[in-house]
Design a protein around this ligand. Structure first.
Ligand code: 3HC
Length: 292
């Protein structure tokens, strides 16, 4: 059987993880990013991750080589050609998403489906800049994308049934369970999860220790990670953008972003990826202390 090709645009935390998940499932993958530095970082991260898996015995050396052999990187949008599906995972800003969709639409094969990994922006608005809005929908992955089992499917106003069915089949092929989420800010998970993380940030701003807030939810509710740890893990900038999207989208003050998050982003404290967020991290990503 011919190996199908998937293109993933954006080699940040989400894009590189989505590319990995697709390559692990047997797809030929090209992960495209216009920043060479993002590609270098993605390659370095996956190499480290796979080396850890081989060392711990959860992946063989042969499997590692096989998967990495299917995972290609490029700085050129032209390389989306031949892909049956393009997954967009660029920063969560509507203008960047629209510009990226225009660029993909200009070069992708006419039958290619384009999905956005947006965590809450309007799919219909993103689709409107393309000449194929019926072939556009939302497919929202969770971090870390290779591990988390859920894929939220979000249809735009004109997404066709054929597009939806193909994306649902793709989700099953990469081992994800889908839910149909409404096309409103935050979709399903983030509308519940992110206000909790935002409230946790308010508590730190009011003087609670990050460890106490995290332990409260881990030990009191069996969450695998506390809300503060999770915010550092996903990225303070990403979480703030999602919260701002809820606030602007619903025009409801209950979604007001915590000012501490805004100050942290302005100061470059973006969480684990920048070495400091609510906690401090060493170069291997191990937690070494608290910032508050
Ligand atoms: N990327 C890829 N794989 C990873 C990974 C990463 N960042 N982190 C861990 N893994 C893999 C490991 O390689 C390991 O695989 P293996 O079993 O084949 O060796 C497996 O996951 C388990 O890893 P560990 O044993 O090291 O760690 P844990 O058992 O503690 O699990 C976790 C790690 C799955 C991340 C767990 O802590 C967890 O479930 N955390 C909560 C995650 C969560 O809530 N995500 C949602 C975020 S919100 C979101 O994504 C919304 C978006 O819009 C931003």
């Amino acid at each position: 059987m011919e190996t199908k090709k998937v293109a993933v645009i954006g080699a940040g935390l989400m894009g590189s993880g989505i590319a990995q998940a697709c390559a692990q499932a047997g797809y030929e993958v090209v992960n495209i990013d216009t920043f060479a530095s993002a590609i270098e970082k993605a390659k370095e991260n996956i190499t480290k991750l796979f080396e850890r898996k081989v060392a711990k015995g959860s992946m063989t050396e042969d499997k590692k080589k096989e998967i990495l052999g299917r995972l290609n990187y490029s700085e050129n949008f032209e390389d989306v050609k031949g892909a049956f599906l393009v997954v967009e995972a660029v920063p969560e800003k509507i203008e960047i998403k629209k510009d990226t969709f225009k660029r993909i639409d200009a070069v992708a094969d006419p039958e290619t489906i384009i999905v956005s990994n947006t965590s809450g922006l309007s799919i219909s608005e993103i689709a409107s800049v393309t000449n194929r809005p019926q072939k556009v929908m939302g497919a929202h992955f969770f971090y870390p994308a290779p591990v988390m089992k859920l894929l939220e499917l979000v249809r735009g106003l004109v997404t066709s049934d054929e597009t939806y069915d193909t994306v649902k089949e793709f989700a099953a092929a990469i081992g994800k369970t889908t839910v149909d989420a409404p096309e409103f800010p935050g979709f399903m998970v983030n509308r519940i999860l992110v206000p909790m993380q935002n409230e946790a940030a308010f508590m730190v701003m009011e003087g609670s220790k990050p460890e106490d807030v995290d332990n409260a939810m881990k030990l009191g509710c069996n969450h695998p990670m506390g809300p503060i740890e999770l915010t550092d893990f996903v990225g303070i900038d990403t979480m703030l953008a999602t919260m701002t999207g809820l606030y602007n989208g619903f025009h409801d003050s209950k979604y007001r972003p915590c000012p501490l998050l805004e100050t942290m982003v302005k100061s470059g404290m973006l969480g684990k990826k920048s070495g400091q967020g609510f906690y401090k991290y060493d170069e291997k990503g191990n937690k070494i202390g608290s910032s508050f």
